[in-house]
Design a protein around this ligand. Structure first.
Ligand SMILES: [Ca+2]
Ligand SMILES: [Ca+2]
Ligand SMILES: [Ca+2]
Length: 278
């Protein structure tokens, strides 16, 4: 009898190990597994205090970002296990102006009203330079999951502003067609259809933050449009993906989508820096 009881407990133990004894067999996870589970405000994969997510998986108060960045919440579904700071503006050079990109490549700056840092074509060397420029600013180039979580936001929208395409919200190939036609009254029946920017050669890069409604829920400008944004990626043989579309892109309705990755190198590629909050 006693043997039987011991045997029963031993087998119960193994059944418990096999199914984890969670509710309905669902693994409840634990604090430190890198997944934000029930009762957890964050989970950065460790059980240490002082890094923004406490040892018991609660957000540590007063997460701070530098003035040129905004705070973005963790999003476990997208693999973003802790809050992060993202640059408010596309990266630019310190000596950039409203009309010139500047020449100082020593570090990336997040500032409004200047031509963003961009290259054409995109190269492996440029990728290294973008990463180094963020690091020189005590930041890092935004991860793909971070960039996407900024673009799509908690609502998982197709574009940074929502789900339906609108050529006037962010700077794309077709944004300036009407303006061009207004300035050229000799043009009859102004064409504002898809790729009209090519008809009038009216597309152009604009200073950072110029489009006030082209802003993420978290407060980052030009995530879609203006210049493409390079994000590191192991899913692409080049080691990076090209996101957000650009001011000169044909097919802006498709290419400005948060999920779109440009597979070619002849493009106006820029970047954006991120950083762990303090
Ligand atoms: Ca967890
Ligand atoms: Ca922690
Ligand atoms: Ca952009």
């Amino acid at each position: 009898m006693r043997k039987k009881i011991i045997g029963y407990f031993i087998s119960l133990f193994f059944v418990c190990v096999l199914v984890s004894c969670g509710d309905n067999g669902v693994d409840p996870g634990y604090c430190g597994d890198g997944i934000v589970g029930q009762g957890e405000e964050c989970d950065d994969g460790n059980n240490e205090d002082g890094d923004g997510c406490s040892a018991d998986c609660m957000l540590e108060q007063e997460l701070q970002c530098p003035d040129d960045m905004v705070l973005v919440e963790a999003d476990a579904e997208l693999g973003v296990s802790r809050p992060f700071c993202v640059d408010i503006y596309e990266a630019s050079r310190s000596d950039a102006t409203e009309t010139e990109m500047g020449t100082d490549t020593s570090m990336a700056v997040s500032q409004p009203g200047v031509i963003p840092w961009h290259v054409n074509p995109m190269t492996a060397d440029a990728f290294d330079q973008f990463k180094a420029a963020c690091e020189a600013a005590d930041k890092r180039i935004c991860e793909k999951s971070e960039w996407y979580s900024v673009c799509a936001g908690p609502q998982r929208t197709s574009y940074v502003w929502g789900d339906s395409f609108d050529r006037m919200i962010c700077n794309c190939v077709d944004t300036f067609c009407e303006e061009y036609c207004r300035d050229h009254p000799e043009i009859q029946d102004c064409d504002t259809g898809s790729n009209c920017g090519y008809t009038y050669n009216s597309f152009h890069v604009v200073p950072t933050g110029r489009f006030q409604d082209c802003v993420s829920a978290s407060g980052a400008y030009d995530v879609c449009g203006n210049v493409w944004e390079i994000v590191p990626s192991s899913d692409d043989g080049r080691g990076y993906e090209v996101r957000g579309g650009a001011y000169n892109c044909a097919g802006a309705e498709q290419r400005l989508q948060c999920t779109y990755n440009a597979g070619w190198t002849a493009l106006y590629a820029g970047f954006r820096c991120c950083k762990d909050p303090q």
